[in-house]
Design a protein around this ligand. Structure first.
Ligand code: HEC
Length: 152
């Protein structure tokens, strides 16, 4: 083998291996029907979960509480919209899951923890449901956020 080719081969192999080592981010997955990380079935499963466990606080269509942007007299926040009009897209997928599992930090709000109430797949379904309300430009901005905010 000519000596000049060997270093090039080593480099190419190295890059290929690096590519294999990193699992693709879940949020990057493109479902054939939705074009997003979740499936239509997940959205369908998430609707009733949302109605039962989240709608009382976040609103039937995830529009948030009235005056959600004003703090309560005790300094805590009201339930914000989850429909893409507020800042929920500033949370990567792992943080959305964590927030639903663990609920509010008691100084920030009164959201209960759902880790003993919902299964991980129900939590994913409810995220799929509220994200299905997000317009595409919000979803795209969220993907960038998700890529830049890896789980610690
Ligand atoms: C008792 C009222 C209550 C219920 C029930 C509730 N939440 Fe919340 N939620 C809140 C409040 C208040 C906040 C804002 C304070 C905070 O960030 O913890 C919040 C924040 C959030 C956030 C962070 C949003 C952001 O933009 O930062 C997500 C995501 C969320 N809730 C999802 C859900 C889901 C999904 C459910 C149902 C499984 C649910 N919540 C049920 C009150 C509630």
């Amino acid at each position: 083998m000519p000596q000049r080719i060997l270093p090039a081969l080593v480099m190419i192999t190295g890059f290929a291996l690096m590519g294999c080592g990193e699992p693709p981010r879940e949020a990057e997955h493109r479902d054939a029907d939705t074009g997003r990380w979740y499936t239509v079935d997940q959205v369908m499963q998430g609707g009733p979960v949302y109605a039962e466990h989240c709608a009382a606080c976040h609103g039937a269509r995830a529009e948030g509480a009235e005056e959600w942007f004003r703090r309560l007299p005790d300094g805590r926040w009201r339930p914000p919209p989850l429909n893409g009009t507020a800042h929920t897209w500033h949370h990567p997928l792992w943080q959305l899951r964590q927030h639903i599992r663990e609920g509010s930090d008691p100084q920030h709000g009164n959201m209960p923890a759902f880790e003993d109430v919902l299964t991980p797949s129900e939590i994913d379904a409810v995220i799929a449901w509220f994200q299905s309300h997000w317009p595409n430009e919000i979803y795209q901005a969220w993907l960038v956020y998700d890529a830049n905010t890896p789980e610690p």
